[in-house]
Design a protein around this ligand. Structure first.
Ligand code: ADP
Length: 307
């Protein structure tokens, strides 16, 4: 409703400018040009040039106003979508938690320990999703104000990788995903373990969200001969077109079709790239093929050796 209102406002401004400014400006330009052509003396030429310059300035101002208004409307629309998406992201796990808690409370499960355990496991899983969404919104706020505090240490990344994998396993049903991990890295690199954990958890949850029913997800952390370290998260999911692959790191960007597959707010990769960029020389990139899957890759440069 809100975005419809904004669209109408924008259309109104454009129509107003077209009728109220652009038409008189075009007339004035035409008059100026004719006056210039038929001008016989210096006075006539100066008047014609003044009319044309006035018309061009007015047209320029009108175009700038339209562009600025359009940008403002787009921003407001993005904010409205963001609030709606975040509410949806929070409500989905909350509904599941309520449902399972009510089932436990109703006593319907009697003393069936297996089903009771299943209920509790689902509640815990949904709580993890909830926690991650709240974490993401707060991280975005910190990142956009450039106030995310980093705690760097020079050590192997295995701890951060394993922690993200453990957290991810706690968020999904055990037989829902085939998760293959290879953590073969010993080189010390300068990194913030908590930030890296959060980046990898985001890549893992995306791999989960944007993959069909049969989910094969891989994590591969390895040392490179030059002393740097790479961590890849791959999936057999819906993949990305080359143009989407270029844009998925932009805040609020969601590739076409993402909405139908999974809920989201379009911030995870923007935050991930920001956190990776806080590591000097580090990169976060993606290779993807539409319909076949994606591989997101974090590369951390070799730690500087003390002189
Ligand atoms: P969100 O998942 O909340 O929409 P992200 O910033 O994490 O936000 O991702 C941005 C977009 O990038 C997603 O909406 C989706 O279109 C696309 N995307 C991210 N990860 C993958 C993936 N593994 N496979 C396919 N598309 C992906």
């Amino acid at each position: 409703m809100k975005s419809l209102h904004l669209n109408l406002n924008l259309t109104g401004v454009i129509v107003l400018l077209a009728v109220g400014v652009l038409v008189p400006v075009m007339l004035a330009t035409a008059v100026g040009i004719v006056a210039l052509v038929i001008a016989r003396d210096a006075g006539g030429i100066v008047t014609a040039v003044l009319v044309i310059s006035f018309a061009v300035t007015a047209a320029g101002s009108a175009v700038i106003t339209v562009v600025l208004t359009g940008r403002k409307a787009r921003l407001a629309r993005m904010q409205a979508d963001f609030v709606a998406n975040v509410s949806h992201e929070l409500r989905t796990p909350l509904s599941a938690i309520r449902l399972y808690a009510q089932t436990l409370q109703s006593g319907k499960l009697g003393d069936d320990p297996k089903r009771t355990d299943e209920c509790l496991a689902t509640i815990l899983r949904e709580t993890e999703w909830l926690d991650m969404t709240i974490d993401r919104v707060l991280s975005w706020r910190a990142a956009s104000a450039n106030m995310e505090r980093m705690h760097f240490a020079v050590e192997p990344v295995a701890t951060a990788v394993n922690r993200a994998v453990t957290r991810f396993r706690a968020m999904v049903e055990p037989d829902e995903v085939t998760l293959t991990t290879r953590v073969d890295t010993r080189l010390p690199v300068r990194h913030d373990a908590q930030a890296l954990d959060s980046v990898l958890l985001n890549l893992l949850t995306n791999a989960y969200k944007y993959t069909g029913r049969i989910k094969r997800i891989g994590v591969d952390a390895r040392d490179l001969p030059d002393g740097s370290v790479t961590i890849e998260v791959s999936d057999n999911g819906i993949g990305l077109t080359p143009s989407d692959a270029k844009r998925v790191f932009q805040p609020f960007y969601r590739a076409a079709g993402a909405e139908s597959g999974a809920s989201g707010v379009g911030l995870g990769l923007a935050i991930a790239r920001y956190l990776v960029a806080r590591h000097r020389g580090a990169t976060l990139t993606v290779r993807s093929e539409k319909g076949r899957g994606s591989t997101f890759r974090v590369r951390l440069p070799a730690a500087e050796t003390p002189a």
